[in-house]
Structure formats: C-alpha cells, structure tokens
Design a protein around this ligand. Structure first.
Ligand code: M6R
Length: 353
C-alpha cells in the first residue's frame, strides 16, 4: 500500500523520520549520557573492526568505519565480493560486521562465513529479524527500519547510518552530550528537510544533463557515492560520486556546463573549507553547482542551487544531505518516467555471488 504516494520509494523516503525514531528508540540514555544497544550488551571487543557489505550497505559501512576511526577504533570497510580472509589480517581479535538490509545477500554471507572460519567474531547489522545473517552471526544489531519494498534502498540506509553511529559509541569513545543530542535530533531534522526541500525544482532544472557528479569529504564522501548510486539505478543516467579532493586528480576532466555537481558541505571548519576550495575549482569550469548545506559556510556564493539542511554536526548532516540527494534522484527518475520501484536489471535481494 503506497499511502497515496506514486511510488514506494517516495513513501519510504517520507517514512524516514519515523523509521529513524524506531532505530533510536530506547537506545540513547540522555540522563546517563550513554548509548545502550541491548543486543550487544555481552559484546566485549577492543580489537580491530572490519565491515563487509555491498552496494548501498557498503556506503553505510564506509560511513561506519569512518565513525569508528573517529572514536579511536581501528576500522576498515570492504566490498563483500572482494573480501578474502587470506588477504586481510583477520583472526580471533577481529570483529567482522556484515551490514545487510536483507540479511540474505550472498556476497556478504560468504564474507561473514569466511571471517568466522578464520576465527573472527561476527556481527550482523540488519533490518531483517531471523535472516540468514542474523542467525549465522555471533551477534545481531537490528536497524528497525520496517519493510522496504522499493528496490532502491532509502530509509534503510539512513537507519544503517544511525545504527552504526551508535555502534561506534558502544565500541569506541563514549559520546559527548552534543553528540547524543545531535543523534536524537536527526529524525525531526529529516522531517524538516522533507517539508522544505527544493529537490523537485533542482531535478527539473537538470533532468536533461549529460551526467551527474557528487562530491563530499569525511562522512559526506560515502553519501556522495550513495547519491550517485541512487541516481544511476533509478534514472539510468551516468552518475559518479567522488571524494572532493580527488576531482583534481582526474575526474575534473569530465566536468562541463552540462554536468551538474552536487557538493555536500556542512559546518565551517577545516573539512568545509577544503571542500569549498574544490567547489571553486569546479565552478571555474562552468559546471552548475548544487550545494547541499546547512548554510554555515560561504559555499552558497558558488552555488547555482542550494538544497538546505538544518544545522547539526557533520555526522547528522550527512544523513540529512543524503535525504536531499534521494529526492533529487527520485524526481529526475520521475521526470524521465522510469520504473522507479523496480529498476531494470535489478533485484531487491541478490542471492547469487
Ligand atoms: O540487503 P543488502 O543490504 O545486503 O543489499 C546490498 C545491496 O544489494 C543493496 O544495498 C543495493 O545496492 C541497493 N538496493 C541499491 O539501492
């Protein structure tokens, strides 16, 4: 039941405030200043962490690894299809985390099984209770996003982001009050984005572009990749995400006046300053610039369009920025009359390697 929306994808994008609330429910103790993941109360791990995942879940895994490293935990994300235990240092001290919405992705299950054979402790971060990943791993952390019908993963990505942010507090440094408040505020801020977004107008402006690029740094880098993946799978148009600093090392040659570049910039610190430098390089090649920003920096002066998000920390900002990119991809695909909920050649759950 699409509840009046044209597509499940749009419905699921709009479900994010409530699915994110479900993800956080009972897991943040503001009085104590702690995060409590009941399912993981018996996890006692202080070794390295390896993430294995595919597609959108891999982007969430990259985000999770970045967050763990910020909490002083050694962490790396691997594409599950490329993970081989004889080529990465995995042993009894390693926690291997499979990030998988369905819990049934063959590549991810294989990587988890291989890690288990090498002696690693395994954890499934999944949306699906009693899925193969949840049953086979030593531990399971549920993202509680509710069923996702659209092939394009939307609300489950956001819930993976918040679940992995909470996992970082469980395994690494304790949260600060500001970090806890930022997490708590994300669902309401996503609601604000949904109510105020200009994504449809941006989509209309660029429906005939030659290609779409997205750039970001830190937490925004996996979101740039995810924004491009969403665009590819539902519009069938060429889209690429880049680490903002990498453009000048090659991809800048692709940029023209008919390739809009989406730049994610939050805050006004060092990360923002550097990305703004990259945005200037793009602007001087005449590419249209769409900035996704909280408006704290001066990046808007280089923008042809602004997709505004509420001000929060970089981590929360990356969840909000992703919602804007989901909507742009959706409205471009809508304009092109694509089969949005069932894109050609794709399946919701990929059970072959
Ligand atoms: O169920 P999983 O999270 O393991 O699925 C992995 C990918 O197949 C999946 O994230 C895919 O990339 C998305 N449906 C694309 O939107």
């Amino acid at each position: 039941e699409k509840s009046g929306y044209d597509h499940y994808m749009l419905k699921e994008i709009h479900e994010q405030p409530s699915s994110l609330r479900q993800c956080l429910r009972g897991r943040i103790d503001e009085l104590e200043g702690t995060v409590n993941l009941e399912e993981l109360s018996d996890i006692d791990h202080d070794g390295p962490v390896q993430f294995v995942a595919c597609g959108t879940s891999y982007h969430a895994a990259m985000f999770g690894a970045e967050r763990l490293r910020a909490g002083c935990v050694s962490a790396q994300a691997f594409l599950a299809s490329e993970y081989a235990s004889d080529r990465v240092p995995v042993d009894g001290d390693t926690l291997v985390v499979g990030v998988t919405q369905s819990g049934e992705t063959a590549d991810t299950l294989r990587a988890l099984r291989e890690a288990a054979r090498a002696g690693a402790t395994t954890l499934a971060v999944t949306n699906t209770v009693a899925s193969s990943a949840a049953r086979e791993c030593d531990h399971a952390l549920y993202i509680r996003a509710g069923p996702e019908i659209g092939v394009a993963a939307t609300k489950t990505f956001a819930s993976q982001q918040l679940a992995l942010a909470m996992l970082a507090f469980e395994l690494g440094d304790d949260p600060t009050r500001a970090e806890l408040e930022a997490l708590r505020d994300v669902p309401g801020q996503v609601q604000t984005v949904l109510e105020t977004t200009d994504a449809k107008a941006v989509a209309e402006a660029y429906v005939d572009a030659d290609a779409y690029f997205s750039v970001g740094r830190g937490y925004h880098y996996p979101v740039a990749l995810e924004g491009a993946l969403k665009m590819k799978e539902i519009t069938y148009r060429h889209a690429e995400g880049f680490a903002a600093g990498e453009l000048k090392h090659g991809p800048l040659a692709l940029v023209t006046e008919n390739t809009p570049v989406f730049a994610i910039v939050t805050g006004d610190g060092e990360t923002a300053r550097k990305t703004i430098g990259n945005v200037k390089q793009i602007a001087s090649r005449d590419a249209p610039i769409v900035v996704v920003t909280d408006g704290k920096s001066r990046v808007t002066r280089y923008a042809d369009h602004v997709l505004e998000i509420p001000a929060t920390d970089d981590l929360g900002g990356s969840v909000l920025a992703n919602v804007q990119l989901q909507l742009v991809a959706y409205w471009i695909a809508h304009g092109l009359e694509r089969s949005i909920d069932k894109p050609r050649h794709l399946a919701k759950s990929v059970t072959v390697e």
